[in-house]
Ligand binder design. Sequence first.
Ligand SMILES: C[S@@+](CC[C@H](N)C(=O)[O-])C[C@H]1O[C@@H](n2cnc3c(N)ncnc32)[C@H](O)[C@@H]1O
Length: 227
Amino acid sequence: MSVVAKSYHKDADPVVAYCSEHTVVQAPLQVELQNETLANAPHAGMLGAPEVLTFGQNFIKMFGGKRALDVGTFTGASALAWALAVPDDGEVYTFDIDHTNYHKFGVPILSKCEKTFKKIKPVEGPGVESLDKLIADGQSGTFDFAFIDAEKTSYPAYYEKCVTLLRPGGVIFVDNSLRGGSVADEKRREDPNCRAIHEMNDKIYQDDRTYSALLNLGDGTHVAFKK
Ligand SMILES: C[S@@+](CC[C@H](N)C(=O)[O-])C[C@H]1O[C@@H](n2cnc3c(N)ncnc32)[C@H](O)[C@@H]1O
């Protein structure tokens, strides 16, 4: 059985709701974008869980992160979270195969704050290829933070590219790492999306290049620290 894990769902688990009430801090722009996405965007349930975004922002602020990778833009909620957390000369590269939702729902809201908006660098195209291009451009080892939240069968590849692009001490957050609890059910791993996430969780746990912890936060957050 899948569980409703994101706090913005009205029927969220009460313990999840309680944790979120004592975790989530949102700027007015974030509240506006969340409301607009939930009210009007197609497949609004793709919106990043605010408790995961707050946790990521806390990491970035605490370790002085300046450059972030955001794999999976949708309407821009995760890109906005990282842009608010990095300093004025920070950068957030946000990748999506199709930026229609970002332009339609995100940009009209994000562009109200020029200081934050200018940090966001949208890159349209398949995520794996876009990350490969950054590697080919010599940007390996130059990013502080990465958030993976796009096409599920590509998760192992996104992880691999992000480890390459991160500096030592950089942090990766992988969203949907529990996929509604389905990864814990062997039968449901026959589904290609579930299998890819399960394989990525195994890969991260066994990866000597990172320290990691798989957290029951949002839809599952696998946190990996590059050694
Ligand atoms: C779960 S949403 C991202 C949510 C966003 N991070 C947030 O916090 O609201 C996943 C996004 O991945 C994008 N996507 C799907 N396939 C992709 C691919 N091959 N490469 C890059 N992005 C892809 C979708 O268009 C969608 O906008």
